[in-house]
Each structure stands twice: as C-alpha cells, then as structure tokens.
Design a protein around this ligand. Structure first.
Ligand code: ADP
Ligand code: ASP
Ligand code: MG
Length: 412
C-alpha cells in the first residue's frame, strides 16, 4: 500500500476537539488506502510555556534538561491523537522519538537528524494495519541515549525526514493557512496562495524568514526529493481544499520573476567606525566572531571621510547581538576601530524568485520603489535567486507591501 506522512502543527491540535478533527483527516486518508504515519506538534502555546518554565528555573539552564522538558509537549498530543483515532475505530499507536528511534546529533536544542529506523512503523502498517502517531520535534542521541529536540518549528523536519525514511509517496504539512503564500498573509491581505513552489525558492523563503516551514525540513525535502504539500487543517475533512506543492522547478509551468517576499526581524546591525584601512582588517573582525560561533550575514565596507580608515557594517542574528558586541570590544586593539554603533530595530526584507537568474535589474527596481516611499536602505545583499535589504523595522509592512505590489504579486 502507498504510504503517506501527515503533519499537524500546534494550532491544528490546540485542544481535544481539534485533535478529533485531525483524526477525521487521518481517517479519510486511511480509507483512501494509505498506510499513514502522523507527526504532531505540541498544542499551540505549549512549547512556549515549557520554555518559559525552563528559563524561570534557571536562565543559564542545562540544554539536555531543556530538551527533556520541551519535548514533553509532543508526547501529550501523540497520545491524545492515538486515543481519538481508536475511538473512531482506527487502529493507532503513539511513537516517541526514542522508541522509533529517530537518532540525532547531540546539539541539544537544535539537534540534527542523523538516522531514522522506520522498520517498527512499517511493521505496524504491515502486520497490524496500525496508524503510527509520531511525536514531532524530538529525537534521541545514540551514544548518550538522551532526549534531543530539533529547534523551534522542528516538527516539520521530523515529518519530512520520516517521509524519506519510510518511502512515503508525499508529506502533507497541515497548518493554519491553506498553503504557502506570496508573502506572510498575516501582514499582506493581498498575498496569494501559490499552487506550486520550487524547493530552491521555498528554501530561500524559509531561510529569509517565512516561518511556514522550518528551513531544515525544506533542505531534507529537496535532498530526498520528497513532494511536500502545505495545506489547511481547518478544511472540512470530508472535502479538503487545495494547498501548495513544493516540488522541482521543472514541474512548474509559469514562472514569475519574483515568487515571494519574506521578512525577518531576527537581525541586528553593527557598524565599526574608522577601522584602519589595511590588509587583514576584515579577518581581524570576522575571525573572532566565527570563533565565537556567531553567524554574520550582510557585510558592507565603505571608505570614511578621511580616506585612511573605513567603516564596516554587518548583521548578526539579534539573539547574538550582545555577545557579538562583547567579542568585538574584547578585540578592539587588534581591530583598531574608533566606535561601535549598533541597531536592533532593523528588519531584513527579501525578494525571492528563480526568474532572477535570467532577468537583470530586478533589485534595482526595488531600490527605486523603496526610495519613493522614503525608506532608507542600510545594507543590501544579493545572490542568484534573491536579494535582501536591511531597513528600519518601523517600515516592515510598508516595505513588504511595496515590493509585493511592485512585482505584480497582489491578488486582484
Ligand atoms: P504550525 O504551528 O502549523 O507549524 P506555523 O505558525 O509554524 O504553523 O506556520 C504557519 C504560519 O506561517 C502562518 O500562520 C503564517 O502567518 C506564517 N507565514 C509566514 N510566511 C508565510 C508564507 N509565505 N505563506 C504562508 N504562511 C506564512
Ligand atoms: N512544538 C515545537 C515548537 O513550537 C515544534 C513544532 O511545533 O514544530 O517549536
Ligand atoms: Mg511551524
């Protein structure tokens, strides 16, 4: 029988009534002839609550124990969904990450899946006709046998990885929107649902802030060529509607130049003023940051007014902003800068589209449109299928809407 993985996010399992509705979606696919593995998230808000308790217990918590606490949210929903399915007359059992097992690295709090043994789940399909209800977000580290979690939003990754491991025909990601939109529909009401989006574009959209799928899940879908379908859990289970298929670029007939706009508030800007303009200066800044495991994203260097020094501006994740400033100040003598100026009230707005490979001037049009709205650009980066601008966060919505209309993405 063909196999299917169905994943339900937090809002879709927010209470027992919604879990019953999820069970109806599962029942439909079982009746259609699929062997189904369901991956569930914790109930909406649960993971935040658990993280809050950990931080309350100790702000400098042990990440191994953090994982023990936060992984518990998914255990609750997997058991509840198995019960709801049984009540509907469908054989089902829950699986925790360690029971399957889903083996991960030991990077507690953001572990990577190393291997999934799908044999127990497949045996359940073949010998018992049993639906597998799998706790998302969690795994186990092979040597230490300790529980791990995959980072926020990690149930998407559990689902795609499981689909690859059991050779599922498709991975359906059920969420609170009916697909991937041209931009976050919560901030742009004119955003449109995409019927299809390529793996490459989805990867950029997720990396650049579209929280609808965890980045790692898209990487895995692309690597293992898992057709991934984003759709709404709020559809009537008896009459499900369309969603968005994430698939190969070749399978998409009509390509726009720009497919989507994303934004990320998770950026902070640092400018080092009057750095001595001599060979080795970039290394003196970025090597200590790399040694401290701080990712640098956008970088711009400009000659200062006095022409013998330079100003260097770059961005770091906002969560690392303070640590980055501390590292730079500790290396002030080697780097030889005069001032460090920082800003955390910035946002990175990006446009993504494989059509940029074959069209010139796509970004230039954006710079003009943003300037016309009086939006100042602090930094720019471009690559083959996307460009990003860093702007004041107060202009987030205006900038996203401006670019969304500029590239003809508004719903008519
Ligand atoms: P779940 O709990 O089901 O995993 P998430 O909250 O993680 O759901 O992801 C769904 C949310 O992603 C949507 O409610 C939407 O606000 C947001 N989102 C951001 N960008 C996009 C986009 N381009 N298309 C669809 N949703 C998006
Ligand atoms: N419950 C986890 C989180 O909120 C994982 C997930 O929902 O994907 O981050
Ligand atoms: Mg999510």
């Amino acid at each position: 029988m063909p196999r299917l993985v169905m994943k339900f996010g937090g809002t879709s399992v927010a209470n027992v009534e919604r879990i019953r509705n999820v069970a109806r979606h599962v029942k439909r696919e079982v009746e259609a002839g699929y062997d189904v593995a369901v991956v569930v998230s914790a109930m909406a808000g649960k993971t935040n609550e658990l993280v809050g308790w950990v931080k309350e217990a100790n702000s400098l918590y042990d990440s191994k124990e953090y994982d023990v606490v936060v992984a518990s949210g998914e255990q609750v929903t997997s058991g509840l969904l198995a019960i709801a399915l049984q009540e509907m007359g469908i054989k089902a059992r829950s699986w925790q990450g360690w029971q399957i097992p889903i083996m991960t690295s030991d990077a507690h709090g953001s572990a990577r899946i190393a291997d999934i043994d799908g044999s127990g789940i497949i045996e359940g399909f073949e010998t018992k006709k049993e639906v597998a209800v799998v706790s998302g977000f969690q795994g186990v580290h092979q040597e230490t046998r300790r529980i791990t979690t995959l980072g926020r939003g990690g149930s998407d990754t559990s689902a795609v990885a499981l689909a690859a491991a059991i050779g599922a025909e498709r991975c359906d990601i059920y969420t609170d929107v009916d697909g991937v939109y041209t931009t976050d529909p919560r901030i742009v009401p004119k955003a449109q649902r995409l019927d299809k989006v390529s793996y490459e574009e989805m990867l950029e959209m997720a990396s650049l802030g579209a929280k609808v799928l965890q980045v790692r899940s898209v990487e895995l879908a692309m690597m293992h060529r898992v057709p991934t379908y984003v759709r709404s859990s709020f559809d009537d289970p008896a009459d499900p509607k369309l969603g968005t298929l994430i698939c190969d670029e070749e399978d998409i007939m009509e390509q726009q130049v720009v497919t989507g706009i994303a934004y990320s508030r998770d950026e902070a800007q640092i400018t080092l003023r009057n750095v001595a303009d001599k060979p080795g200066v970039a290394a003196s800044i970025f090597v200590p940051l790399a040694d401290a495991n701080i990712n640098v994203d956008m970088i711009i260097q400009v000659v200062s007014d006095d022409t013998t020094t330079t100003d260097i501006t770059f961005t770091v994740p906002s969560a690392e902003y303070e640590r980055a400033c501390a590292v730079l100040n500790a290396h002030k003598h080697e780097i030889e800068f005069r001032d460090l100026q920082g800003a955390t009230d910035v946002v990175k707005v990006s446009a993504i589209g494989v059509g940029m490979r074959s069209h010139a001037g796509v970004a230039a049009r954006a710079f003009k449109a943003l300037a016309d709205k009086g939006i100042n650009i602090r930094a720019i980066t471009t690559s083959e299928i996307k460009f990003s601008v860093l702007i004041d966060s107060a202009y987030t919505e205006l900038a996203v809407r401006t670019l969304h209309s500029l590239y003809g993405l508004d719903k008519t």
